[in-house]
Design a protein around this ligand. Structure first.
Ligand SMILES: Nc1ncnc2c1ncn2[C@@H]1O[C@H](COP(=O)(O)OP(=O)(O)OP(=O)(O)O)[C@@H](O)[C@H]1O
Length: 246
């Protein structure tokens, strides 16, 4: 997952550390994502995934270490870096009392899109998410899986190059989980998006994916998932590595 020849990494994290008071949540985290790849950020509960994504998306300010999005330094050029990123948080951030259309339109406005352009892109993204007929529905009446798809559509409305998702399948049934994962993999392939997908579920990771394995705030492995588990048993290798490092 190093720098491809002649191309800028989609994401570069170097020497990132973070603590909450005396609790050290991340220690010297470094890895990079080549453009157009699907990378799983795999870690057990409490590994530090959300903390790491909060630093990458600038919810928290990194005091130690650097983050670059397609070459843009998050500290020096926050607006440019954030404009290149789409984010789906672990907890839903849709307004349940507004319609799907209104939720997407507000997000578009945040990124400086005009009402017409926002509406056009909202239709496009919802069509791709299989929710074309739900624009006028209040978010509250959607199922959990549909809400996730709306959040994904919203994250894409400003046409980011890097999509960051924090455990997006949590709370979904197996079929919705499979469909969401498939949808994101298709988006990556079709649009050349780079994807960072945080999860604690090894079965969401494929051999051809990039893998950043986080444990107790440290990176245990960064590279192709197939190299980490050459026999294909990723979950077994994941548990063994975390037990060794316990
Ligand atoms: N706001 C906070 N204040 C204090 N400690 C925190 C805070 N947020 C996270 N932590 C601690 O930092 C560590 C990493 O938590 P984090 O939520 O980043 O892990 P995670 O890998 O996302 O876990 P999960 O899979 O359960 O969501 C944990 O020990 C957690 O208790």
């Amino acid at each position: 997952m190093g720098r491809g020849r002649g191309s800028v990494n989609a994401l570069e994290v170097a020497g990132l550390s973070h603590s909450f008071g005396r609790r050290q949540a991340l220690t010297d985290v470094s890895f990079s994502l080549q453009p157009g790849g699907f990378t799983a950020l795999l870690g057990l509960n409490g590994a530090g995934k959300t903390t790491l994504l909060s630093l990458i998306t600038r919810l928290y300010h990194a005091r130690q270490g650097t983050v670059r999005v397609l070459g843009r330094d998050l500290r020096r050029e926050p607006e440019a870096a954030l404009a290149l990123m789409g984010v789906v948080f672990q907890e839903t951030t849709l307004d349940p009392d507004l319609s799907v259309r209104e939720n997407l339109r507000y997000h578009g406005a945040l990124y400086g899109l005009g009402a017409g352009e926002s509406a056009r892109r909202a239709c496009e993204e919802l069509e791709r998410a299989g929710l074309a007929g739900r624009l006028s529905d209040t978010v509250r009446i959607l199922s959990g899986g549909q809400k996730r798809r709306v959040e994904l559509a919203r994250a894409l409305i400003h046409r980011p190059r890097l999509l960051v998702l924090d455990e997006p399948t949590s709370g979904l049934d197996p079929a919705s989980r499979r469909d969401l994962l498939r949808h994101v993999r298709e988006l990556r392939q079709r649009d050349g998006l780079s994807v960072l997908w945080a999860t604690h579920l090894a079965d969401e990771v494929e051999a051809g994916d990039g893998l950043v394995l986080l444990h107790k705030g440290r990176v245990l492995h960064s590279g192709p998932a197939g190299d980490f588990a050459p026999d294909g048993h990723l979950e077994r290798a994941f548990l063994a590595a975390t037990e060794r490092a316990a």
